[in-house]
Design a protein around this ligand. Structure first.
Ligand code: GLU
Length: 610
């Protein structure tokens, strides 16, 4: 979501702060701001609604400089995206940036108003600034002690950095739920909510853990845990090289990431698929002890990852007979659920920082699950660190807000996991061989689809003026229909819904007329005949059919029915394969509608607030 950066150095830090904000733009935001303590010891602040470029332009007109500063891209949760609500928020000599939500902000606000504070913004964040000011003025102590007292009064999930112009060499940063990383330099140190922001200045990072508070000067970094103990957090050397400014030959990151999928899948399979077998020894020695005991799988995830969870349920149950349930994290975490015997919790998240998924994982630890396994795309993420077992998708950094390669690599890892768990649960040799052979050809199958992109681009005009689109599929293609509908919603702003095709007559058929496009996913499998009946139901009501069909499925173009013939694909990997043309369809519809494809309105990458 929103981004935080901070820096303290022996030289002006404004350029670093601005450049880092640019590097965080991919996460989605609505306003940006920056504050420094200048050489006279005063806070100087500039904020703008809209893009970081607007902030940069404002700083060219009114230059400010300082050797210590904080900056922020905001994704509004409390208060509209206005300049007044943009961060940093200031209370006299205190300036604060904050990601996340302070849940008890209302009671704190009332208390602070009684103490005489005047609130300028509608944000929850402003309470941190005034509370810090009050604690310092009336209770005293070092800035670290002051922030420790402030933090103890806050409820919610957040990451924050506090700057005090009375201590012009020191930043205090605290983490509770939202990620924070400290970048270690020589005679300069940095803070960010995302390691990408730090890439131009350092590869050496310290990831703060839950409840940590750190004090950061030019040459000293001290970390204290939630109990106030002075702790040592390991400095990690990152080898991330991705340059976010590089779209290569593509117009958008999303387009680039769609086309990267064959490579991303190859990287995800590398060293895990060899000599005709699956090797997940990276899970460590204790893995088999846990996995052999598993009698039930509970998958928890959100958004696109929820859809890969549903596909995995089909796989776990049909391929190895292991009962599996899938639930949206924000629902799971707030209901009392029954824990099945020997149940393994699997969490799926691109970023590994999704607030609801993390909260669900933490809750599961109290509820007697057999163990936890995380699948995500960021090696340094909280989800991986906090799970018993972890598997990385090796998609490479995903910048487009609408997830593409993270989804297909998640599914790839899930298939590997089916084999790995299945081996301890009498999976048949034939199924193992089918999965392995299918995975081996998957990158090349996706390349085949990508080479058909112009045919799919041709369809986009038919959709651009539509208000609603239905997506239907059966079996493991139903979640792919859901994912196709989500992609179209996210980037083209067309309302799209997915239905299991058999459900049409239970309601949605009422929507069908000559204006309603219905996208059908039609592989040549045992459900094809059933699907054909559903297609007839739509035809009989003059619906506009767009059928993504196996070349042998026996469909022909006719009035009201457009067939996109796709090569035959192995049944096991068909859900991954059919995802790609739907991604392309959404992309091209959004392209002709002229939406902001990489930063769709109101959305953010990595949802670190609940
Ligand atoms: N809740 C804060 C606000 O609305 C921070 C939002 C964010 O994470 O950017 O300003």
């Amino acid at each position: 979501m929103c981004g935080i950066v901070g820096a303290v150095a022996r030289h002006d830090v404004t350029n670093f702060l601005l450049e880092s904000l640019h590097r965080l733009e991919y996460r989605g935001y609505d306003s940006a701001g920056l504050a420094v303590t200048d050489n006279q010891g005063s806070i100087q602040r500039i904020r703008r609604v809209g893009k970081v470029q607007a902030l940069q332009d404002a700083m060219i007109e009114n230059p400010i400089t300082g050797r210590i500063g904080i900056a922020h891209t905001r994704w509004a949760t409390h208060g509209e995206p206005t300049e007044q609500n943009a961060h940093p928020h200031v209370s006299e000599h205190i300036a604060v940036v904050h990601n996340g939500i302070i849940e008890n902000h209302e009671s704190l606000r009332i208390m602070l108003i009684k103490r005489g504070y005047h609130f300028i913004s509608k944000t929850d964040t402003e309470v941190i600034a005034h509370l810090t000011h009050w604690e310092q003025l009336y209770c005293g102590g070092s800035l670290l002690e002051v922030v420790q007292r402030v933090i103890s009064q806050l409820r919610g999930t957040y990451g924050t950095v506090v700057m005090d112009s009375y201590s012009p060499e020191l930043l205090i940063t605290a983490r509770s739920g939202s990620p924070l990383v400290i970048g270690c330099g020589i005679d300069e140190n940095f803070i960010a909510s995302d390691q990408l922001a730090l890439l131009p200045v350092t590869n050496n990072c310290i990831f703060l853990e839950e409840g940590d508070i750190a004090s950061v000067t030019c040459n000293i970094i001290k970390v204290f845990d939630k109990y106030g103990n002075d702790v040592k957090r390991t400095e990690i050397k990152l080898n991330t090289k991705y340059d976010v400014s590089d779209k290569g030959v593509y117009y958008h990151y999303m387009q680039k990431e769609i086309y990267e999928q064959p490579l991303a899948i190859k990287n995800t399979l590398k060293n895990r698929l060899r000599y005709g077998s699956v090797d997940l020894s990276e899970l460590g020695e204790k893995a088999d002890l846990i996995l052999a005991e598993v009698e039930h799988i509970q998958i928890i995830s959100c958004g696109t990852s929820y859809h890969s969870g549903i596909v995995a349920r089909y796989w776990f149950e049909s391929l190895i007979g292991l009962p599996c349930d899938v639930e949206i994290a924000s629902e799971f975490r707030y209901r009392r659920s029954v824990v099945r015997k020997n149940s393994l919790i699997i969490t799926l998240s691109q970023s590994g920082e999704t607030a609801d998924t993390l909260a669900a994982l933490r809750l599961s630890k109290k509820n007697g699950y057999l163990g936890s396994l995380a699948i995500c795309n960021v090696a340094s993420s909280s989800l991986l660190r906090e799970s018993d077992l972890a598997l990385l998708t090796k998609a490479g950094i995903e910048i487009g807000v609408a997830s593409t390669k993270a989804f297909t690599t998640q599914l790839t890892v899930l298939l590997l996991l089916v084999v790995n768990i299945g081996r301890l649960h009498n999976i048949s040799n034939q199924i193992v061989q089918d999965i392995i052979q299918a995975l081996q050809v998957l990158p090349q199958r996706i390349e085949q689809i990508l080479s058909m992109d112009l045919g799919i681009a041709d369809l986009a005009e038919d959709f651009m003026d539509k208000q609603h689109v239905l997506f239907i599929g059966r079996g493991d293609q139903y979640p792919i229909a859901m994912e196709g509908a989500l992609k179209l919603k996210e980037i083209s702003y067309i309302h799209a819904e997915a239905y299991a095709a058999g459900e049409l007559k239970h309601g949605p058929l009422a929507l069908i007329d000559a204006n309603m496009p219905v996208v059908v996913i039609a592989p040549n499998n045992t459900l094809l005949e059933k699907l054909k009946s559903n297609i007839e139901e739509v035809r009989a009501r003059s619906g506009l059919l767009y059928i993504f069909a196996d070349i042998n499925a026996g469909f022909n173009n006719s009035v009201g029915m457009r067939v996109i013939s796709l090569p035959h694909v192995e049944e096991i990997i068909a859900p991954i394969f059919y995802t790609v043309p739907l991604q392309l369809l959404s992309y091209y519809v959004a392209l002709i509608k002229g939406t902001d494809i990489d930063h769709p309105r109101n959305l953010a990458k990595s949802v670190t607030v609940e």
